[in-house]
Design a protein around this ligand. Structure first.
Ligand code: UDP
Ligand code: MG
Length: 198
């Protein structure tokens, strides 16, 4: 389980806000290990492939978005989850191709769920304080929908181990992912801590 991997992408707003260092720091300080990194400007087709590696993404994202409106006592702009996602994807293609992004593979115990925890919920306005989205950005569904654009939330993080595998294969060639040891892994994972005391 300590070899679990996740794909993290710092979106164009994260690069423009000069938050690359701050974001990397959050993954480092929790104990995850950076095993691959690159900067690219994605194409619209690539972004569609990325978001549709999970065949359920269109339905789940539409339902999640509609639900978040209802929770706030608001009427969702569209009732059909697939139609909602169609719009989300178009906006995402504009957003994600607008400038460079940083793609990374982070590895470690519970990498996928831990990363989602430190990244925070999709909508920065309602994501928890202490999370990256909650601490560094202020966007809301209400505003992004009104302006007809993607919600600006700094980061993509894989939603499941299955998605992570497919997304990593899409973004990285196998030889771009480095297998190596970090000294700190001993204190994080080893059963015996012999050798500390002299
Ligand atoms: N998104 C959006 N409006 C929505 C739903 C999603 O702009 O109503 C964007 C947002 O940038 C989000 C991305 O689409 O991060 C992917 O959506 P998903 O539901 O997978 O959220 P995530 O996994 O990134 O939290
Ligand atoms: Mg997602």
């Amino acid at each position: 389980m300590k070899n679990e991997k996740t794909l993290i992408v710092i979106k164009p707003d994260g690069v423009q806000r000069s938050l690359v260092g701050e974001i990397i720091k959050r993954f480092e300080r929790i104990g995850l290990k950076l095993t691959a990194v690159k900067m690219i400007v994605p194409t619209a087709d690539f972004i569609e492939c990325h978001y549709t590696v999970d065949p359920e993404w269109k339905r789940v994202t539409g339902e999640k978005t509609i639900e978040s409106y209802r929770k706030k006592g608001l009427t969702p702009p569209i009732e059909d989850p697939f139609k909602v996602t169609e719009r989300v994807l178009k906006n995402l293609q504009n957003f994600m191709t607008s400038g460079p992004v940083i793609a990374m593979v982070w590895q470690g115990l519970h990498a996928v769920k831990l990363s989602r925890k430190i990244v925070g919920g999709t909508e920065p306005f309602s994501s928890d304080v202490g999370t990256i989205r909650g601490d560094f950005v202020l966007d809301s569904y209400q505003t992004s929908d009104k302006d007809g654009r993607s919600i600006r939330n700094l980061i993509h993080a894989s939603g499941s181990i299955e998605d992570a595998k497919k997304e990593i294969a899409l973004w990285f060639k196998p030889d771009e992912i480095i297998n190596y040891k970090l000294v700190s892994e001993q204190i994080l994972y080893d059963v015996n801590l012999d050798g500390i005391l002299e």
